[in-house]
Design a protein. Structure first.
Length: 236
């Protein structure tokens, strides 16, 4: 049984990760900004009470990261799998900012959530990860962060934040390999969620099933890779 921690799990892919990990019999601490309002997660507690905890975590608030670490380390002596999932596509109510409408605060916020937070959360939680059984760190990236596969979208800050995340992940993977910790970056396909919209072709249960299969079979040799939910390597 793995001890799993997931960020940004009250909806979308984070919620589906939580659900499937629990169904697989893992012990899960899932995190979100406002547990009291996370009714989906609360309802999972009814069926998985003994193996499931919800801890508050706003990934861009360092105090919140410290409090979450304190609470998690009182519940888990190790983390076998940390999934950095929380992400945003835009830092403001306007969905995207195109050339001619750039807005510093928007770009900074997207970078904070998508690129900087996974680095800081991982750094803070690392003592527990180092204690893990075949420990794995997963950074949820996006194909849009691939410079060579860029398809001319208008989500400048989102795409660039995932490119930055890829670089952080690649650097960190080499570092943590010394402790036998596996780190890789995953793209889950274009998935039907609030972010992915209803037009997306992939259902979240399928995407998560594919990613969990990759995670379960991950080895140190694939550390530092950037893969999609079906296991295909994505060029940087
Ligand atoms: N859907 C796709 O097609 C797709 C494709 C490629 C990659 N991705 C990546 O997959 C991940 C999940 O995306 P999704 O589609 O599930 O998006 P989503 O439905 O918009 O959900 C995003 C989640 O991130 C949380 N979050 C945002 N800011 C946070 C913060 N500061 N602290 C803690 N949690 C925060 C949200 O919490 P609140 O409810 O509190 O806002 C929500 O639970 C993201 O990293 C995204 O970039 C998605």
């Amino acid at each position: 049984m793995m001890k799993v921690v997931i960020t940004g799990a009250n909806r979308g892919l984070g919620f589906e990760f939580t659900k499937q990990c629990l169904v697989q019999g893992e012990e899960v601490i899932t995190t979100c900004r406002e547990p009291v309002n996370a009714l989906n997660l609360q309802s999972l507690k009814e069926t998985h009470n003994n193996s499931f905890q919800i801890v508050p975590l706003d990934v861009i608030d360092y105090h919140s990261i410290e409090l979450a670490y304190k609470q998690i380390s009182s519940l888990f002596s190790r983390i076998d799998l940390l999934i950095n999932n929380a992400g945003i596509i835009s830092g403001s109510i306007r969905r995207y900012h195109a050339f001619g409408e750039f807005f510093t605060e928007d770009i900074v916020r997207v970078f904070q959530v998508n690129a900087i937070a996974p680095l800081l959360v991982t750094e803070k939680f690392y003592p527990l990860v180092k204690n893990g059984n075949q420990p794995k760190l997963v950074f949820i990236s996006s194909r849009r962060g691939s410079i060579s596969q860029k398809e001319g979208t208008s989500t400048y800050s989102y795409d660039a934040s995932k490119t930055a995340l890829n670089m952080f992940g690649k650097r960190l993977a080499a570092h943590v390999k010394r402790d036998n910790v596996i780190l890789f970056l995953l793209h889950q396909g274009w998935v039907k969620t609030d972010m992915g919209t209803d037009q997306a072709p992939v259902r979240s249960p399928d995407s998560i099933k594919g990613m969990l299969h990759i995670i379960e079979n991950a080895t140190l040799a694939m550390s530092g890779s950037f893969l999609d939910w079906q296991g295909n390597l994505i060029p940087w």
